[in-house]
Design a protein around this ligand. Structure first.
Ligand code: PMV
Length: 313
């Protein structure tokens, strides 16, 4: 018996960083994301003849050498065990997965991979145990337990996660053009799980919940008023606020390389020259995400040419 599911990644404009309840993956602050439907993970589950859960790469044309670290495999298997317990299912599985984009680079591979694993496992258990299918919000909550940001990948194009509630939110700009300036595609040294813990030591963490909530309110009203420039400024302030938490933590750490800083300065200059530009944001990684409005397709092409050496997707 075999099941398969694919799920997209998402990019947060208001960032989830720091947990108020680590055991349940409850974020200290609300977050807002845009779903990246072109960046996906696929998970396939098969009942395993061996008495254990195992992970293997799923053969794909995108990344032939796709492999997970031992730690990442264990995290994936642990999440499957958590789901099995919830459904009171005793069998074992062979988990096969892949991404259509590089992992561990701040491109939120944990969001898409945990969403795909949860979706696939819930489908399998529903069938195997004959239970009533869960609503999407219930599946998203289960996924949150594996990776917080993955709960937002169940809703498109905009998702809002606040405390234990995750939902789609109606905002303009339903079709954005997404580009990544890929500064580095090596796996990052400080995982986001570690970052969530370390930021608690930053003196800036006090007040972070209030600042993020305020940024969220201001961003939603800027988007609703179609005030793109203001939305860009709020998003910039927001990702910088998260990165300052990293820089001021004990021990302090940074995902920003010299190349990241140079690109950010260049992006700011381009905005100033044009009086227009993309929304710019960064996750816990050195790479830079750009979101253009649909009517900025020519501008997006220009950025693609300027950053052609580093552009990823
Ligand atoms: O889902 P996690 O535990 O990998 O956390 C990811 C958090 C950020 O990507 C840095 C921000 C976010 O809201 O997605």
């Amino acid at each position: 018996m075999q099941w398969s599911a694919t799920a997209p990644s998402n990019i947060a404009l208001i960032k989830y960083m720091g947990k108020s309840d680590e055991s349940r993956n409850i974020a200290s602050n609300p977050s807002l994301s845009y779903t990246l439907n072109a960046l996906t993970s696929t998970v396939e589950l098969r009942l395993n003849s061996k008495p254990l859960d195992q992970w293997q790469p799923l053969p794909s044309t995108a990344y032939t050498d796709f492999e997970l670290s031992d730690k990442a495999k264990q995290r994936f298997i642990n999440h499957l065990r958590f789901l099995k317990q919830g459904f009171d299912f005793q069998g074992n599985f062979l988990i096969r997965s892949n991404n259509n984009f590089p992992m561990g680079t701040g491109l939120a591979s944990s969001a898409s991979s945990f969403a795909a694993l949860t979706k696939c496992a819930v489908t399998a258990f529903t069938e195997l145990t004959n239970v009533t299918p869960l609503p999407i919000s219930g599946i998203a909550k289960l996924s949150r337990q594996g990776s917080g940001s993955s709960c937002r990948s169940f809703f498109t194009p905009w998702a809002l996660w606040e405390d234990t509630e995750i939902s789609a939110i109606k905002l303009p700009y339903r079709h954005l053009i997404h580009q990544i300036i890929l500064v580095d595609n090596k796996e990052k040294e400080i995982s986001s799980s570690k970052a969530h813990k370390l930021v608690l030591t930053s003196p800036n963490f006090k007040g972070r919940t209030t600042r993020a909530s305020q940024n969220l309110d201001e961003l939603m009203s800027a988007l609703n008023n179609k005030d793109w420039k203001n939305a860009y400024q709020i998003c910039w302030r927001e990702f910088m606020d998260m990165h300052e938490l990293f820089h001021t933590a004990t021990p302090s750490f940074s995902y920003m390389t010299e190349a990241t800083k140079l690109h950010l300065a260049q992006l700011q200059n381009l905005w100033e020259e044009e009086g227009d530009g993309p929304i710019i944001t960064m996750d816990a990684g050195p790479n830079i995400h750009l979101l253009f409005r649909e009517d900025q397709a020519i501008l997006a092409q220009r950025y693609q040419d300027i950053f052609s050496r580093n552009r990823c997707v």
